[in-house]
Ligand binder design. Structure first.
Ligand SMILES: *Cc1c(COP(=O)(O)O)cnc(C)c1O
Length: 366
């Protein structure tokens, strides 16, 4: 079986976890602080506040930026549900723009259309989906023009860049996830990054029961802390991130070559200034043929993913609250996307097998 995702845990991570266990300091502590510094410095941002997962990182960042009851947050309908749930947890109101059919990311034109419709929108939450940066030139122009606060969901984009600048350093804050399927892991884990000292301080308080001085609680916070155990794993994963992303990009380049002439699938397209880190390699299978290709992959023991089969606003958990949302591009794309294995544990033989199976599938369609 060729899997769709597989975390790589090395001997250094094992030893680092054992060291933390032996130290007795197994909750949040100095290892967590080291990881915060190292990850923030890797992205090129001043402050890092580690959390227990990516969802709480998003919620913490949103609250620190002032999201709450009556605040409208504009976001993408095509993402993992956490990016919208975090807005809901904060008590704010999600508003949805549509996506760009080539990058699968929130579209700048659609953002501007929404901003002109609704002048109450204060915060923009973008998601760099599948490892591909959003069009940051267009988005930063809109952020200035409409005086927005920008939060980047970088849960799938560790190490991605736009014009040579790391994703996660553009907004007022950024949130990362270190879930095992992401480009690097801490088991569960997350982090908020920001260049603003005040925002960092608010995040720090939010994740630790609103407390700066021990047992003096200035605001109602949460326990969203990352443990030393998780951070110990993260510190060594970070050292390998660039090498792993390089492998992901190499696998993607192989598919781009091997499948350039394949029938029945459209390959992912990369914006010229984007350094894509291929959290997923996502092709489009138009013409209602996705299920056929899925059956073909299953027969050949190849893992795959449909990220995502539904738009966020139509998810049942929202109980029709967003039933008036119109996102036609997302509604088409959700029926066509199919992600194939691209992670760094794949052997050259694996990647070649996947390409052969997809190429042969196209031949059958002819
Ligand atoms: C994984 C993910 C999250 C949430 O991260 P968790 O660590 O699983 O809570 C948020 N947004 C996106 C886009 C993700 O892929």
């Amino acid at each position: 079986m060729i899997s769709i995702a597989k975390p790589i845990i090395g001997e250094e991570e094992r030893q680092a976890v054992l060291d933390v266990l032996d130290s007795g300091m197994i909750a949040s502590g100095t290892v967590t602080n080291k990881f915060e510094e190292e990850f923030a410095s890797y992205i090129g941002v001043k402050f890092g506040v580690a959390t227990n997962n990516g969802t709480t990182a998003l919620e913490t960042a949103l609250r620190a930026l002032g999201a709450g009851v009556g605040v409208k947050v504009l976001t993408t309908p095509f993402s993992f549900i956490a990016s919208t749930n975090a807005i809901v947890y904060a008590g704010a109101t999600p508003v949805f723009a549509d996506i760009d059919e080539k990058s699968f990311n929130i579209s700048a034109e659609s953002i501007e259309a929404k901003l002109q419709e609704d002048s109450d929108i204060r915060i923009l939450l973008i998601v760099h989906l599948f490892g591909q940066p959003c069009d940051m030139d267009a988005i930063m122009l809109l952020v200035k023009k409409y005086d927005l606060l920008l939060l980047e969901d970088c849960a799938q984009a560790h190490g991605a860049e736009w014009g040579g600048q790391k994703i996660g350093s553009f907004g007022n804050a950024a949130a990362f996830s270190f879930y095992p399927t992401k480009n690097m892991t801490t088991s569960e884990g997350g982090m908020v990054l920001t260049n603003d000292e005040n925002t960092a301080r608010r995040c720090r308080m939010l994740v630790n029961h609103g407390m700066e001085k021990r047992y003096y609680h200035d605001s109602i916070g949460y326990n969203y802390r990352m443990t030393n155990i998780s951070a110990a794993i993260g510190r060594f994963q970070l050292k390998k991130l660039d090498e792993w992303n390089h492998k992901r990009r190499g696998n993607a380049a192989f598919y781009a070559g091997a499948l350039a002439k394949a029938q029945g699938v459209l390959l992912p397209e990369c914006l010229p200034k984007a350094h894509h880190v291929y959290h997923q390699y996502t092709v489009k299978v138009p013409g209602n043929k996705r299920d056929e290709l899925i059956r073909c992959l299953e027969e050949n023991q190849i893992g795959y993913g449909v990220f995502y089969p539904l738009s966020i606003p139509e998810q049942r958990c929202y109980d029709g609250q967003f039933s008036d949302v119109r996102v036609p591009v997302t509604d088409t794309i959700k029926q066509e996307v199919l992600s194939i294995p691209v992670h760094p544990s794949l052997t050259p033989q694996d990647v070649s097998t996947v390409a052969d199976v997809i190429y042969a599938f196209g031949g059958v369609l002819l």
